[in-house]
Ligand binder design. Structure first.
Ligand code: NAD
Length: 384
């Protein structure tokens, strides 16, 4: 039997929870006993009673005895002090933000903990059902369009009324990954006319299949790709891209920014001068704000107004749809746990496995991905 602890999220602003009652029940059939801290699911619409009915044990938040007996700890975001009192060899799984969380590596090393960072799972078909980045980005893309629509001073769809015809809103989506494509689909459902910028060649067909227009990148110096992700662009490429985007932004009512490069600052594609040239009343929603933002003016969790244009630094959108975000995240975790725990209820961590080779950042406190944090890279062994 594997004992899994689901603590309350360390970040007080986190509304999601790592496990749903549905998944507690499914895991029980796999010799997994879930112990959920009281109130952990409350903000996601899951009561303590729901967890108990599904077969979970309820535990007091911060109970050190319970922590020391847990084999696995599941989390949505970084664990913070929730790693305290875990036994050596315990496994933590979550979106651990390893690129910018040096303290995490120290905690793993000192506590001799193992850790899987979901952001680092490879994008292979076997890992699709475990892909928390996608399940959460999908929600962010959807909610970003709703936020923009709510902040906009005009309709999204074309309307023909007795008082005259209203033209549809013009939406520009920057970045056609998971969040961007969901933003396109949602804006199209609301009746907007959508244009999309991306640097990956494959994006064009996906964008056009959703009924949007593709804005091609500048011809010179297009950044390459690695594992399905765009690489970092050069300064001169970004200059050319900004120049090309300006004419689209000048016409736009809504801009949804989703362009990101894993482990790097997000490409800065909208300067304050470009915002000033936009139509007053337009809305920019920047989902890349945590990585510095695609818009120069974006600030995490805030709405900045510049020449009548609202710039929304949307850093917590999956958490604003906490119930479904948690349900999907929990299913991602369930798929991963089913790959790690055999039918007899034995947890096996094979660091050679294609799932774990990139995502197992620590095995019993031996750090395997110090390359993610530049200042640690020289001190320990590096893997790819
Ligand atoms: P992401 O969040 O890293 O980036 C979002 C988008 O920003 C990407 O499409 C990227 O190309 C784009 N971008 C980067 N720099 C840009 C720039 N200067 N200008 C405009 N756009 C820029 O990416 P993501 O959403 O996680 O997905 C990346 C790709 O991986 C997508 O093609 C997605 O469909 C694919 N994917 C594959 C799998 C799988 O095979 N299992 C799972 C999920 C996603």
């Amino acid at each position: 039997m594997v004992k899994v602890l689901i603590p309350r999220e360390w970040d007080a602003g986190e509304t999601r929870v790592a496990i749903s009652p549905e998944v507690v029940k499914r895991l029980a059939g796999r010799q997994v006993q879930c112990c959920v801290e009281r109130g952990a699911g409350q903000q996601a619409g899951f009561s303590d009673e729901d967890y108990v009915a599904a077969g979970a044990d309820l535990v007091t938040p911060g109970d050190r005895a319970m922590r020391s007996q847990s084999d696995i700890v599941l989390s949505v975001g970084p664990l913070g002090e929730n790693t305290a009192a875990l036994r050596p060899g315990a496994l933590v799984i979550g979106q651990l933000a390893p690129h910018n969380n040096n303290g995490l590596l120290d905690q793993l090393e000192e506590g001799k903990l193992s850790a899987i960072s979901l952001e680092l799972l490879p994008r292979i078909s076997r890992a699709q059902a475990m892909d928390a980045l996608s399940s959460q980005a999908n929600i962010a893309g959807y909610k970003a369009v709703l936020l923009a629509a709510a902040g906009l001073d005009r309709f999204m769809p074309m309307l023909m009324t007795a008082a005259g015809t209203v033209q549809p809103a013009k939406v520009v989506v920057i970045g056609a990954g998971v969040a961007g494509l969901q933003a396109v689909a949602t804006a199209r459902r609301l009746g907007a006319v959508v244009s999309v910028s991306d640097v990956r060649a494959a994006a064009q067909e996906q964008v056009e299949s959703l009924g949007a227009r593709f804005i091609p990148p500048p011809e010179q110096g297009v950044p390459g790709e690695s594992g399905g992700y765009a690489k970092q662009a050069t300064m001169s490429f970004l200059d050319a891209q900004r120049a090309g985007l300006s004419e689209h932004l000048n016409q736009a009512d809504v801009v949804i920014c989703t362009a990101q490069v894993p482990g790097r600052p997000a490409p800065m594609l909208i300067t304050s001068a470009m915002v000033a040239a936009m139509r007053p009343g337009a809305v920019i929603v920047d989902l890349a704000v945590i990585q510095g933002g695609n818009c120069e003016l974006s600030q995490a969790g805030q709405t900045v107004e510049h020449n009548g244009v609202k710039v929304i630094g949307a850093d917590r959108l999956p958490g604003s749809v906490a119930h479904h975000a948690s349900s999907l995240y929990a299913r991602n975790l369930m798929s991963l746990l089913e790959a790690l725990i055999d039918q007899e209820g034995v947890l096996k961590l094979d660091s050679e496995d294609e799932l774990l080779a990139p995502s197992l950042i620590s095995l019993d406190g031996n750090l395997r991905r110090t390359d993610l944090v530049p200042e640690r890279a020289t001190s320990s062994e590096m893997t790819s």
